[in-house]
Write a protein that binds this ligand. Structure first.
Ligand code: GDG
Length: 725
């Protein structure tokens, strides 16, 4: 039976020593709860650091044995490894880079060495347990290299990678000296998940620019393996927060808070100590609010919980000192004998206190400058069983994409934030309820269990898509049986697309000329009199004529607008007109003038706008715009817009390669039919072939073809084998 292995930096457990006894306390975090349905399943396991440095081998064995009962498997790390891989590379390089503070990044080579070493340790841990057919789900940025390390050893394994923090724009990510290795690491996964669409966009732009990987929307092709990048906004354990909201301990905490707050309203903020959380801006906004709205003096307090975190890292220590200073300044300047403006707690609380705070807060103020998701905002919503309270949420948090009924703010706009505080405190009960009900529905539906289910489902889907593509890959056996069929046949017809099928792509289409090997191949095929060979292409007939007219073959050019049988002249398809070109040409010219590197190719009955020489990204964007513009013309002129490999082509929809191929097929009876093609214009050909035909897609994309080969080189190889004596 196949199993699922979860991997993360930390195991969902705390190890404590009480009276000389080691106790294992399960962690209460949302991720642990969500994934418990997975790792607690029979045979499944969670691999990670147990959170404690255990030096001696005997002690390690004991921890290992104890954790086994909880389906946990420890990876032991040394003090040095924690310092350099976790505090160093993860928190002093990846964290600031991913949170858009590159000036904080310390590109220390020693950190990189440790990161590689520890990622290898984690991968070895997985490899000890994993077998063919298993699924591995790797969580977060500390383990970017693990997917690749697993893929190297177990090529067929299912690997998912989810990153909980943002993926930054290419401009920021490319600053990391080891960017290629990191991306290569992640690309070892079959499914790559982030919280939001923006993260996907940034990741894809980094891999296409830095690694030269091809992408179509969110599908990547990595060494012929299709990989999907998708958004999975993480949720919380909604039901748990609803339950905790009415526990006796929670209720008694609520009472205590009520007593100390008296009549004052409460603005609540809860974060880990981190410069990405916008804690200082929040304090500034609160003080500005007090200054501008004296009427709120003694009527509102900011209750700020900051959970200690990473305080060994210098920037965190400095931030902590700055917060201490600003809070005491605000209090010193504003407090009265009976009122304290800011209650500041630098520690963590039990969940029953957290729930009480959420329930007592008139406003929850969440102001990160950058946050992957932000669960605090969702926990506030889930805890408000009374449907009251106002959430102020930074647009820089992933959660803002889902919780659109919150008051959305830009955390850098301090005056704007102060105004929003006023709006929140003055909001009517009805409006609060309307917004809260809508947000509660979202948080309830997109909960942590839903998130886990979606991710696992999608990983399965990707895997089965890969499998169905793999079953099409021409195996040695299939090639043998094709050769047998070929040899036995007396009358064969073979359709060959040109670009991408017989030759590779070139930045300049006219440079993709046939080479000697290709001519040798065609000559060998043509030597056999039982073969009828048809080149079937979207290219201009003049080009095909120049390159191939000396060979005894037939040609279909411009998707069927022009056809030529051997020893006959080129013929034009009747019924086509090109009057529409006058209208489309100026539109394309306009885009060419605005886009350095773009050029137009004019054929008799089609116009193509090429962007293969345009700056990566800009070309795709302009092509989308152009297509949008052209749709309007195309509709009532019987035109078709084709998206090819870095080209947009407009042509009559009366012709396509399939219709052209059908003429040839009707002319005679053949006992062997074959077609090779790489892009979706060739799909028309594949569809008109008889059932027993051999159809081969070049490249690893979904296709109507029966078989596939990875590249044009493999296509040539296969054709050579057909000709071999
Ligand atoms: C990373 C990403 C992404 C806080 N104080 C106490 C306490 N907490 C709990 C909260 C919440 C969690 O800590 C904080 O989660 P966030 O999502 O807000 O932030 P990060 O820790 O930075 O998490 C983030 C997340 O990963 C998940 O993918 O959302 O963007 O940065 O659950 O409740 N818990 C207890 N006492 C406290 O005092 N018990």
């Amino acid at each position: 039976m196949s199993k699922t292995i979860i991997v993360s930096n930390r195991l969902p457990v705390k190890i404590q020593v009480k009276n000389g006894e080691t106790v294992y306390k399960p962690s209460e975090g949302g991720l642990a709860t969500g994934l418990s349905s997975v790792y607690k399943g029979e045979g499944n396991v969670w691999i990670g650091w147990p959170g404690k440095i255990v030096k001696e081998e005997k002690a390690q064995e004991k921890v290992k044995a104890d954790l086994k009962d909880l389906n946990l498997y420890p990876v032991f790390l040394t003090r040095e490894e924690i310092d350099d891989y976790y505090e160093g590379f993860s928190n002093e390089i990846l964290w600031p880079i991913c949170h858009y503070v590159p000036s904080y990044a310390k590109f220390n080579h020693r950190y990189w060495e440790a990161y590689k070493k520890v990622n290898r340790k984690f991968a070895d841990g997985v490899l000890k347990l994993a077998e063919k057919g298993d699924t591995v789900w790797i969580n977060d940025y500390q383990l970017m290299l693990v997917p690749f390390l697993l893929r190297e050893k177990l090529p067929d394994i299912s690997v998912g990678y989810f990153q909980h923090i943002p993926f930054p724009s290419y401009e920021i990510f490319r600053q990391i000296p080891w960017r290629e290795s990191l991306l290569e690491g992640i690309l070892g996964a079959d499914l790559i998940g982030f919280h939001t669409y923006d993260d996907i966009r940034h990741f894809i732009s980094s891999v296409t620019r830095i690694m030269g990987v091809n992408s179509t929307a969110n599908h990547l092709i990595v060494h012929n393996r299709p990989v999907i990048v998708d958004a999975f906004p993480m949720g919380i354990d909604y039901e748990k927060f609803v339950e905790i909201s009415s526990l006796p301990r929670t209720r008694s905490n609520i009472k205590k808070i009520k007593q100390s707050a008296r009549e004052a309203k409460i603005i609540l903020s809860i974060d880990r100590l981190d410069y990405s959380k916008g804690i200082l801006q929040r304090l500034q906004a609160f003080e500005l609010f007090l200054k501008n709205h004296r009427e709120y003096k003694e009527k509102v307090s900011l209750l700020m919980v900051v959970v200690p975190s990473r305080d060994e890292v210098p920037q965190y220590r400095e931030l902590k000192e700055e917060i201490d200073r600003v809070v005491s300044d605000i209090n010193a300047r504003n407090q009265t004998l009976s009122w304290q403006p800011v209650f500041y707690f630098y520690r963590s609380f039990p969940v029953e206190m957290l729930s009480a705070l959420y329930q007592m807060a008139d406003v929850c103020l969440v102001t990160p400058k950058r946050d992957g998701m932000n669960l605090v905002s969702k926990e506030y919503v889930a805890s408000r069983v009374d449907e009251k309270g106002v959430l102020i949420l930074s647009e820089m948090a992933g959660a803002s994409k889902e919780l659109s009924e919150a008051l959305i703010i830009n955390p850098n706009d301090v005056p704007g934030l102060s105004n929003t505080l006023l709006e929140a405190l003055a909001m009517s009960r009805n409006e609060q309820q309307e917004r809260m009900i809508a947000m509660r529905k979202t948080v309830e539906k997109f909960n942590i269990h839903h998130w886990v289910k979606l991710f696992m489902q999608r990983l399965n889907e990707v895997k089965s898509m890969q499998r169905s593509l793999a079953t099409k890959q021409l195996s040695t056996n299939t090639v043998e049986s094709i050769i047998k069929k070929y040899k036995a046949a007396q009358k064969r017809i073979i359709f060959l697309d040109y670009d991408g099928t017989l030759v590779g792509f070139d930045v300049n289409p006219l440079m993709a000329r046939p080479d000697k090997e290709l001519f040798d191949l065609l000559s060998q095929l043509l030597e056999d009199e039982r073969n009828r060979l048809i080149l079937i292409s979207g290219r201009k007939y003049e080009t095909l004529d120049e390159w191939f007219s000396h060979l005894p073959l037939d040609m279909i050019a411009e998707h069927g607008a022009w056809t030529k049988k051997y020893e006959q002249p080129w013929r034009r398809y009747h019924g086509l007109n090109d009057a529409w070109k006058k209208e489309i040409m100026p539109v394309m010219e306009n885009y060419t003038d605005r886009t350095p590197g773009a050029f137009i190719e004019e054929k008799s009955f089609s116009l193509s706008w090429h962007y293969r020489k345009v700056e990566n990204g800009l070309g795709e964007q302009r092509a989308m715009e152009l297509e949008d513009n052209l749709k309007f013309f195309a509709e009532d002129r019987e035109l078709q817009i084709l998206q090819g490999e870095k080209v947009i082509e407009v042509k009559s929809n009366l012709i396509n390669k399939g219709k052209a191929a059908a003429f040839w097929l009707e002319e005679d009876d053949y006992d062997f039919t074959m077609a090779l093609g790489d892009d979706y214009t060739d799909e028309y050909t594949f569809r008109v072939l008889p059932d027993d035909a051999v159809s081969v897609k070049v490249g690893n994309k979904m296709s109507a073809a029966k078989y596939s080969v990875p590249t044009y080189k493999d296509a040539r190889k296969m054709l050579f084998r057909l000709c071999s004596k």
